[in-house]
Design a protein. Structure first.
Lengths: 368, 265
């Protein structure tokens, strides 16, 4: 070579002395976000109509685990913590993580910064089915109730999310060459159609139904209890556990679909895996908490700006900070207008938007 | 190493390639030349298994190409395609490391990282290792991509490198360095197949040249036999003259273009 002469033997010799490092913010990020999440969880568990101090919280937990034999905290606080507060915080963490991880992976799959779970029809499908149930609730409440216990809406919403996503995916295979762009366009088309159906239902609804529909669409963690945590847990856990394995393939996709294929990425199977995992996480979340916007869209951007675009860090980071954001937002939503509750979807969008604009501005400033 | 037999490719009744046959041996540098739309990129896509042939067959290491799994192929050959747009701010090192992805599971080994460093130095951009890819110039980006392809085949015996216009956007020095590098690889028993636009470079560096015209093989063989005045005029529609200057070891292809007339009709 003319510019840099490389003597191979010399370099291999030097290898033994010189350690090659790949700069990675993984460890640092997990530490920072992990401790922030822990702090948020403690803060959320302590804050509320009945306030619990940190030392009381410690006693409650330690007593339950059998570390201390007696506690000097009123029984009432302990009950509030175990029955009301903790499941709600757990649910917020799970849902936040699910939304964050789905947003990060879908943005990677679509190679599009504005992609999130709404695009593949998860949210709109869940909405349509939920609204459908709300409309039919009066007439056939008993029948559906038997089918899926007290969680008919959640159950049906999850089915709706899965069905719509499947429809979008199958349509994209039928109409196009199976490329990601076709999937995106099919998603937009089906979303519009499903949205229209939901609109039609809303049009037919009476006042009481309208109110439930609106609240469902704004999202809330108000229905949290251990059963809902148990229902959502496995789905989000699967998505968090398996999604990181796809991070290498998602990185390669940055080079373009054909280059990724030449590096061994099977586009078809990658697409299926990402969509299934994302639908599981988001579908379960939407089912118990309604549609919570903006978390899946904004959180990955924040992580990308702070810790780089590598999907290994991005996916884990989005899960952690999604959990942070939702825990905080939920705490706000139940305290800001106490004793009543503000729908969480309002909060995430209201606080998310200015922050998002700030990030965009920051990015531009950095580039200059 | 790779053998193409009567290969053809058609999309919706339109024949993009027809009756292409040739066989590449280890240690050979093949240049594919031809006018725009002659089927050069399509041929590279057939060789890289991105498309599969509609007629005929492609054999790679004595096995039909379509019978390979993508993962298997990724460990035997590298492809550098024409368009490489990346907007996310990956560092140069991360991009080149992607060439090593097929070879490790979760974390890169020291060997992988050493290969990345070596390949970066090979294409002359060792100093850009920590730079963000989108901030590089077009030519530098192309060299990063070349380093990535190089990293992928670095350790393979009898590797195959498919390059679709590898020197796009590079300055003169690095164009020549890229071809020197390809030549160097063929000495290590690699096979290199490249789409080349500059006929002089093809003449100078290639061991074999395949000239395509409208999806057909127009000429094939040694560079000096393929790149003749007559063949070039037929394939490109441009009259050329091949001259042998006294100072250079290679003949030079010079277009015979009439002086630009300043009289607009």
């Amino acid at each position: 070579m003319l510019t840099e002469t490389v003597n191979e033997r010399e370099t291999t010799k030097a290898e033994t002395f010189q350690k090659h490092i790949l700069p990675s913010s993984m460890g640092k990020m997990v530490w920072i976000l992990g401790s922030i999440l822990l702090a948020c969880v403690i803060f959320a568990a302590c804050t509320g109509a009945l306030s619990i101090s940190v030392s009381e919280l410690w006693q409650i937990v330690a007593f339950k685990l059998g570390w201390i034999s007696e506690m000097q905290v009123e029984e009432q606080k302990s009950i509030v913590f175990w029955i009301i507060r903790l499941p709600r915080v757990c649910l917020a963490v799970l849902i936040g993580a699910g939304l964050g991880i789905a947003g990060a992976s879908l943005q990677g799959l679509f190679r599009n910064p504005i992609a999130d779970a709404t695009l593949i029809g998860v949210t709109s499908g869940a909405s349509l089915f939920a609204v459908f149930v709300i409309m039919l609730n009066v007439k056939y409440f008993g029948m559906l109730n038997e089918l899926a216990g007290a969680y008919s809406i959640s159950f049906v919403a999850f089915v709706g999310a899965a069905c719509t996503t499947l429809l979008v995916y199958q349509l994209s295979k039928l109409t196009g060459d199976g490329g990601v762009t076709t999937l995106l366009l099919c998603g937009i088309a089906i979303n519009a159609f499903v949205g229209a159906m939901t609109g039609l239902m809303t049009y037919l609804a009476d006042d009481a139904q309208l109110r439930s529909i609106t609240f469902w669409n704004l999202g809330s963690l108000g229905g949290a209890n251990w059963t809902s945590v148990m229902a959502v847990g496995p789905f989000v856990a699967i998505s968090i556990f398996f999604m990181p394995y796809l991070s290498k393939a998602l990185n390669l996709l940055v080079l373009g679909e054909s280059q990724a294929a030449s590096l061994g990425v099977n586009m078809k199977s990658l697409k299926q895996k990402v969509i299934i995992l994302a639908t599981m996480g988001v579908g379960a979340s939407v089912a118990v908490a309604g549609t919570i916007g903006f978390v899946g869209l904004v959180v990955p951007h924040i992580i990308r700006t702070l810790f780089g675009p590598n999907h290994r860090t991005l996916i884990i980071g989005s899960a952690l900070s999604g959990a942070i954001v939702l825990t905080l937002a939920d705490t706000l939503s139940r305290t800001i207008v106490a004793p009543s509750e503000l729908p969480i979807g309002i909060l995430t969008a209201m606080l998310g938007t200015p922050f998002f604009i700030y990030i965009l501005w920051e990015q531009k400033r950095k580039r200059l | 190493m790779i053998e193409v037999r009567n290969a053809g490719f058609e999309v919706r009744g339109r024949k993009l390639l027809e009756n292409v046959s040739f066989s590449v041996n280890p240690g050979e540098f093949w240049a594919i030349v031809g006018a725009n739309g002659a089927g050069k990129s399509t041929l590279i896509k057939l060789l890289s298994a991105e498309h599969s042939v509609t007629t005929g067959s492609v054999h790679f290491h004595d096995r039909e190409l379509r019978k390979y799994k993508l993962k298997e192929l990724a460990r035997k050959r590298a492809v550098l395609s024409q368009k490489n747009n990346i907007t996310l701010s990956f560092t140069t090192q991360e991009i080149v490391l992607m060439g090593r992805y097929p070879f490790y599971d979760a974390d890169p080994t020291q060997r992988d990282l050493a290969i990345v460093d070596m390949c970066l130095k090979k294409v002359g951009i060792g100093h850009l290792k920590g730079r963000l890819y989108p901030t590089l110039s077009g030519g530098e980006q192309q060299r990063v991509q070349l380093a990535r392809a190089l990293a992928q085949v670095w350790e393979i015996d009898n590797g195959l490198l498919l390059l679709d216009e590898p020197t796009t956007g590079m300055d003169l020095l690095h164009q020549y360095e890229t071809f020197q590098l390809a030549k160097e690889l063929t000495r290590k028993n690699f096979a290199v197949i490249a789409v080349i636009h500059d006929l002089n470079q093809a003449l100078q560096y290639a061991d074999r040249v395949l000239m395509l015209k409208n999806g057909h093989m127009h000429a094939i063989g040694l560079p000096e036999n393929v790149l003749t005045e007559q063949a070039i005029q037929e394939a490109f529609g441009l009259p050329v003259q091949i001259i042998q200057p006294e100072m250079t070891p290679y003949p030079v292809i010079v277009p015979q273009v009439a002086p630009v007339s300043y009289h607009l009709p």
